[in-house]
Design a protein around this ligand. Structure first.
Ligand code: F6R
Length: 366
């Protein structure tokens, strides 16, 4: 059932090219320059009238929500707020009929997310679900939605659910961007063509596996890790840190790279591995200078870079390459080596990768 892999997590990491293709199927028609999502089409009026999108989710799904904030704002020019469902539900949040709430959940059973949906509905908001499990409570409770179609995710640490959530959210953002006229038809087409290349680029990113194992072996005994990224890759840094915490029980924190100087830089010494996502475009030059700051304090740098990168290679102790793509799609690639790194460290430390202590696959209690 693990298809020859030692763990479900590894199997699910390797399933991502196919899972992302399944997410596209029947929805991304790049030849015709069309995105078809019934849940969006049927409610286009509401989407176009929305003054704001509020995303509610927990854990890894919340990280996918954070990535979508950049995508929706950048492409579709719709203001977005991303909320932990557990906080949102107990505030007295300002929600109106003009808001669209997007609830993201792999299992579709997360108690806090479900409660946040009920609250939003009671205030008159339109609630759209992005779930993986078909017919789940959240899928039923929402007004409309789009499934991720990632297939069953068994490993407690979420992997393919995350990348397919980002894929669906990107499709929605692009569809809305086009409907609003926020991007030109040529830009739209360019995004579709790039998106279509992602499964094969994920496959290529998976080829870093051997080198990631070498890095895992060097740093597996570290007591702390920092993960840094900016822009679209800031949420990926958070997700990388969460993966490491969950399955290897090593303390890790994700930060926006520029926040370093406001505190966390004090932690850096020769014992601190720092994983820095430094892909080309976006804030590349700025991230390179963040890397210089870490290096001058003797931190060990593991850079996640665009294929062919030179500047980071000169500074970092290790670099892991991912293929080039447009900035908004980089999270789908930069996530891959971070998943592999946490996996290999956990295996080397002899931890229970698929069923880490204290964690459950769906959190049906608050
Ligand atoms: C992380 C992880 C959890 C879940 C969170 C939300 O690897 O698995 O953080 O992402 O419990 O679960 P869903 O998406 O099922 O609502």
């Amino acid at each position: 059932e693990k298809g020859g892999y030692d763990h479900f997590m590894l199997k699910e990491i390797y399933e991502q090219p196919e899972a992302i293709l399944d997410t596209f199927r029947g929805r991304l028609l790049s030849n015709e320059a069309v995105i078809k999502l019934a849940g969006v089409e049927d409610n286009m009026k509401k989407f176009l009238a929305a003054e704001r999108i509020i995303v509610v989710a927990c854990g890894t799904s919340w990280h996918a929500g954070l990535v979508s904030e950049y995508i929706f704002e950048d492409l579709a020019r719709i203001p977005v707020e991303v909320e932990y469902a557990s906080e949102f539900r107990y505030r007295n949040p300002v929600i109106t009929e003009k808001d669209i709430v997007i609830a993201i959940s792999q299992s579709g059973e997360t108690a806090d997310t479900l409660a946040a949906i009920k609250l939003a509905k009671s205030k008159g908001a339109f609630v759209f679900g992005v779930c993986n499990v078909v017919g789940s409570s959240i899928a039923r409770e929402t007004d409309a939605g789009a499934y991720t179609h990632a297939g069953p995710e068994i490993g407690v640490a979420s992997t393919k659910a995350f990348t397919t959530q980002i894929t669906v959210l990107t499709l929605i953002a692009l569809r809305l961007a086009r409907a609003k006229g926020a991007i030109s038809s040529s830009e739209f087409r360019h995004h579709l063509i790039e998106l279509e290349t992602i499964p094969s680029k994920v496959k290529e990113a998976l080829e870093s596996d051997g080198y990631v194992q070498t890095i895992a072996d060097i740093y597996k005994d570290a007591k702390n890790f920092l993960y840094l990224g900016r822009g679209y890759n800031f949420p990926v840094a958070l997700e990388g840190a969460l993966k490491l915490k969950e399955i290897s029980y090593i303390h890790a924190e994700g930060y926006p790279a520029a926040e370093m100087k406001h505190g966390p830089i004090a932690l850096i010494d020769e014992h601190m591995p720092v994983v820095v996502i430094a892909t080309k475009k976006g804030h590349y030059e700025k991230v390179v200078s963040n890397i210089q700051e870490i290096k001058s304090r003797k931190g060990k740098i593991i850079g996640i870079v665009t294929k062919g990168d030179k500047s980071v290679k000169e500074l970092a102790d290790h670099v892991i390459e991912v293929p080039e793509t447009i900035e908004s799609l980089t999270p789908l690639l930069t996530t891959i080596p971070l998943q592999l790194l946490s996996y290999h460290i956990a295996v080397m430390l002899d931890k229970n990768v698929d069923q880490p202590r204290n964690l459950a696959k769906s959190v049906t209690v608050e």
